[in-house]
Design a protein around this ligand. Sequence first.
Ligand code: CA
Length: 280
Amino acid sequence: MVASLDVVSLAPEMMTPPMGITSERLQARPDGSLLWTSASRPSVLVVEDEADIRELITYNLLKEGCQAVGMASGEEALEAIRRQVPALVVLDLMLPGIDGLSVCRLVRSNAKTQAVPILVVSAKGEEADVVAGLNLGADDYLTKPFSPKVLIARVRAVLRRYSEAKTMREEDAGSEPSFQVNDLVIHPGRHQVVRGAQTIDFTVTEFRVLAFLAEKPGRVFTRQQILDGVHGDNYAITDRAIDVQIVGIRKKLGDAGGYIETVRGVGYRFREIYAEDPNL
Ligand code: CA
């Protein structure tokens, strides 16, 4: 693919095999990263049929201190994920055989593998597929051609969100930091929302968007503010990702989906309903 090869030719040093990189050197990187300076190296599975791109991605992940394993097909990847669930899956959408969207769906529908974070990689012009991937529970996406810097930033953001969520769940054991808005009881530690007798499960990203809005009911947030609040740092991503998350949240909330209001030309707001509200 011409567009992808452009990236490779812009960064020829990235194609050098990762020889001589020691774990000491990796852990000494003074970049302030939460994950990359830790002794545990997150395992990342890279699913990409184009060898050049697969090597580019795995090489950069290795350089950042991940354990990266490349797979050329969806079939191989599914087998590997079921055998041992990695910390993250970087998943190309256009694959021969089982395509990326099907891999995403199968991973999400299996109890053992459903929680693994997925970063979707797509070629330009596959926007509909990206939206489908996000709807199937992918956490984020990257469009080819991409720079190694952007790749690493996305990988870090997704891993950090999951590691924070895990810490929150662990810290929640015994404590009750939940809060209530309207008829929703929001449990940040458990990543769950309870509404009456119903317990609603969200993906990590959906939950963070919902909790972010619900913590300040009535206040309008721009998409950028929501992105910053959810990701904890700035990086380039389109507003569409937030819109897709909102669609998913509303769907899961059912007839409470209207609590999240679209504020035209601005963004979104969580609507607090008072007893005197005629809509109640
Ligand atoms: Ca491909």
